[in-house]
Design a protein around this ligand. Structure first.
Ligand SMILES: NC(=O)c1ccc[n+]([C@@H]2O[C@H](COP(=O)([O-])OP(=O)(O)OC[C@H]3O[C@@H](n4cnc5c(N)ncnc54)[C@H](O)[C@@H]3O)[C@@H](O)[C@H]2O)c1
Length: 266
């Protein structure tokens, strides 16, 4: 995809990885709808971006992705404002093992909903011009994490859904590529949630183990995750791929055994 003048919608764009996505997309000449629950930080981020880029290239939309109406309205506002939609990045996420249903709601259900709403606008059979959807999972979506079982489950769900719906998109000729990114630890405010009993609940006792894992894996900076996003957007051959980003191997793809064809069913 040629990114200049493409329109992107990024959830959880106020800070952290989502903020780095917005920056990278703007540097490539995109227009960006910044969606976030945190109005104060979201507006401050837009103000900061306005100092670097034409203010007309971004809008901030206050939105709780776990609220169906708000998410639909936010997409509508973005499309009405910019006139089209080419890219959706379902990035908003939380770490909450105490209120674990919220984690499933935000990290998985809202990603599925964001994908479906994105497809409604972009798929060719609805008169759309195609596009790209990128869902943010985690390394915890590929390996088990004993200290964050629900976070891990929600992120595994994102990988399974993304690979599956990408195949549906190919079969249905939607004209939309759908891929996932699985970063290792990234230096963003979410890492502070490890220290909060409110987030970790019964797993608070294992917080030192998670910190040991951070030392083992190292901590990435958000711009490399944005570099991975741009790579997926610009490479039109990528669909149903799971990009891993780690300190040791940088940006690379998770490899799966080839799927059996219908005639080879087990
Ligand atoms: N930081 C890491 O180590 C890491 C590693 C792998 C994957 N991830 C994933 O990357 C994504 C971004 O995380 P981050 O590290 O930037 O975290 P972060 O906490 O810094 O940013 C998350 C953003 O999402 C927003 N958000 C949370 N709930 C929301 C909701 N219901 N509706 C709208 N916005 C909401 C927050 O306000 C915040 O701006 C998440 O999906 C996270 O799980 C993070």
């Amino acid at each position: 995809m040629h990114l200049k003048d493409s329109v992107a919608l990024v959830t959880g764009a106020a800070q952290g990885i989502g903020r780095a996505f917005a920056q990278a997309l703007l540097e490539k000449g995109c227009k960006v709808a910044l969606l976030d629950l945190n109005e104060e930080v979201g507006k401050a981020s837009k103000d900061a971006l306005d100092k670097q880029f034409d203010a007309q290239r971004t809008i901030f939309v206050h939105c709780d992705v776990s609220n169906e109406e708000q998410l639909k309205d936010a997409f509508k506002k973005a499309v009405q404002h910019f006139g089209k939609l080419d890219i959706v990045v379902n990035n908003a996420g939380v770490n909450n093992e105490k209120n674990w249903e919220v984690t499933v709601q935000i990290n998985l259900i809202s990603v599925i909903r964001g994908t479906y709403i994105g497809l409604d606008y972009m798929k060719t059979e609805n008169g759309g011009s195609g596009g790209v959807i990128v869902n943010i999972s985690s390394l915890a979506g590929l390996i088990p994490v004993s200290q964050q079982p629900v976070y891990s489950a929600s992120k595994h769900g994102v990988v399974g859904f993304t690979r599956s719906i990408a195949m549906t998109s190919t079969a249905g000729k939607y004209g939309v590529r759908i891929n996932a990114i699985c970063p290792a630890f990234v230096n963003t405010p979410i890492l502070q949630s490890i220290d909060n009993e409110e987030n970790m609940g019964q797993y608070s006792v294992y917080k030192e183990e998670i910190k040991d894992l951070m030392k083992l894996y190292g901590i990435l900076d958000p711009p490399i995750i944005a570099e991975g996003l741009i790579k997926i957007l610009e490479d039109d051959t990528l669909n149903g791929q799971v990009m891993k980003i780690t300190t040791k191997q940088g940006i690379h793809f998770h490899e799966y055994a080839p799927l059996l064809s219908q005639s080879q069913k087990p």
